[in-house]
Ligand binder design. Structure first.
Ligand code: NAD
Length: 324
């Protein structure tokens, strides 16, 4: 009978630091680009109940020996119940036997691995002299995004916009905690000021237009993870070098779906970020280049951070164990 580790949300938050998540996500993006790790097709469906989107993300990382899935999704009414809208659980299986190894809370890990993805993109693609961070979005993920981004460049200021301005003070408090001056601005002003922009909203129509983005900006589009969602003008992708976690997801459910459908860019124009990490693509080649990272969110990111949690729990003898 297999013994299964049960790792709670609280324990994940204790065991998986932003630094560890960065290393795990950077490593798995590199493995994906080398063909050593593979995501399986995503299932994501509207339930027709509670306006929820529910599905599975799964994969196998042969380099890290992580096999499993994340099950969960997005319940927009949860916030009113005092819960986060995103809810998920990660299951890890033994790649040698298929036996369940661990049951891991997925909410904190989703936030930390999504923030790690944009921060890996900033580390590899943003200009080294980036000073102003622009945040579009102020929901649950945005605080994690801001904290992770702040580790990558010597930002001097944060400018932010959100369709629901009443949500901005919470993000302002995070900036204050990080010692970064914060200003709520209009979208055009955000584009004119920011050297790095993170979009992390549930938008279904472009919030940032191509003409508002100045040369040399790095834009990490993190909110679009479903068919039909869109955060930026498709013409921005045509004007930029576009990178992604996984090309197949980028063109089907990521931010690039619209630019590809409109014929503004082609699938072959989109570069896996792992190729930059592995040194097989140069990444940014000039200070004027606009770079876009289409962070669609892949199952292997979830497995990578869940694996970190499982190993750390084993090493320290933490977490419950049950026999199935
Ligand atoms: P949240 O519900 O806490 O916040 C939602 C954010 O989107 C807020 O900024 C809100 O003002 C804005 N918003 C809500 N409805 C909108 C609309 N119709 N048009 C424009 N903006 C709208 O959500 P969250 O947990 O912060 O997640 C934000 C987004 O990121 C979600 O869409 C979620 O699916 C996505 N997400 C992506 C990944 C990934 O890996 N790419 C991972 C986690 C979450």
């Amino acid at each position: 009978m297999p013994e299964i580790a049960v790792i709670s949300e609280d324990l994940c938050a204790q065991l998986v630091t932003p630094k560890a998540a960065f290393a795990a996500v950077e490593g798995v993006f590199a493995a994906m680009a080398k063909g050593e790790a593979r995501n399986f097709p995503v299932v994501r469906e509207a339930l027709g109940h509670a306006e929820a989107l529910y599905g599975f993300k799964s994969g196998f990382d042969k380099a890290g020996m992580a096999l499993g899935l994340k099950s969960g999704g997005f319940w927009p009414g949860n916030m009113a119940r005092g819960l986060t809208n995103h809810q998920s659980t990660i299951f890890l299986f033994d790649p040698d036997t298929g036996q369940l190894q661990a049951l891991v809370g997925g909410n904190y890990l989703t936030a930390i691995r999504t923030a790690a993805a944009s921060s890996v993109s900033i580390a590899h693609l943003a200009r080294a002299d980036a000073k102003v961070l622009g945040m579009v979005g102020a929901g649950h993920q945005s605080a994690f995004q801001l904290r992770a981004a702040a580790r990558q460049r010597a930002f001097e200021r944060v400018v932010a916009w959100n369709p629901h301005p009443e949500m901005l003070p919470k993000l302002a408090a995070v900036a204050e905690e990080l010692g970064l001056p914060f200003a709520a601005v209009e979208r055009e002003a955000l584009g004119a000021e920011a050297d790095v922009i993170i979009t992390i909203t549930s938008a279904f129509a472009p919030l940032m237009m191509r003409d508002w983005i100045k040369p040399g900006t790095h834009v990490a589009c993190m909110g679009t993870d479903t068919k039909g969602k869109q955060e930026v003008d498709a013409h921005l992708l045509a004007a930029a070098t576009v990178f992604t976690d996984e090309v197949a997801q980028s063109v089907s459910l990521g931010e690039a779906q619209h630019a590809v459908a409109a014929g503004l860019i082609h699938e072959g124009d989109i570069v896996p970020l792992g190729a930059v990490i592995n040194g097989t693509h140069p990444g940014r080649v000039s200070a004027d280049e606009i770079t876009v990272f289409d962070g669609t969110g892949v199952g292997l990111q979830d497995l990578a951070v869940a694996h970190v949690a499982m190993r750390a729990a084993q090493e320290r003898g933490l977490g419950a164990r049950v026999t199935l």
